[in-house]
Design a protein around this ligand. Structure first.
Ligand SMILES: [Zn+2]
Length: 158
């Protein structure tokens, strides 16, 4: 695998399927669903007995699961809110997540009287490294929470 390959490079699906342990997996659909629901690829690999999380990323890339997952912003926010009791998430991030969740419609669009911010755009702006860190530790980049908070007109004190 060439690591320098751009993530939007076309994938030969036939070739992917022959080499992919997830495509051949009896629970392939469950794995796809877990990925779209923002389960961490490491946790998915462990739960479904996959060799490593890189295979999850390769499979997700081949089937266009990243944009699907990015549109599923509400699931991501639910995860942050759920995880708040288990791991170190900054209070500001949780506050921003709860506020965002209450303002996002089913299409993942931010509904605000004065200003409309699409969280999809924020997730789109995250680098692969930031997404990876988010998947691992639920840490959102500082700029992300800053934008989310300014969009809600809240400085995180309330
Ligand atoms: Zn696959």
């Amino acid at each position: 695998m060439n690591k320098l390959q751009p993530t939007n490079a076309p994938v030969n699906l036939g070739r992917h399927r022959r080499a992919c342990s997830i495509c051949a997996h009896a629970q392939c659909e469950d794995i796809d669903a877990a990925f779209i629901a923002w389960r961490s690829p490491a946790a998915i690999a462990e739960e479904f007995g996959l060799s490593d999380r890189a295979s999850v990323y390769r499979h997700a890339h081949a089937f266009g699961l990243f944009p699907k997952r990015q549109r599923n912003v509400r699931a991501a926010l639910e995860k942050i809110i759920e995880k708040a009791g288990e791991v170190d998430v900054t209070a500001a991030a949780v506050v921003a997540a709860v506020q965002a969740y209450s303002k996002i419609n089913a299409a993942g669009q931010w509904i605000e009287r004065t200003e409309q911010v699409s969280l999809n755009d924020l997730f789109d702006r995250m680098s692969t490294q930031e997404l990876e860190e988010y998947a691992q530790s639920w840490k959102l980049p500082r700029w992300f929470t800053a934008i989310a908070q300014s969009a809600t007109g809240n400085d995180g004190q309330e």
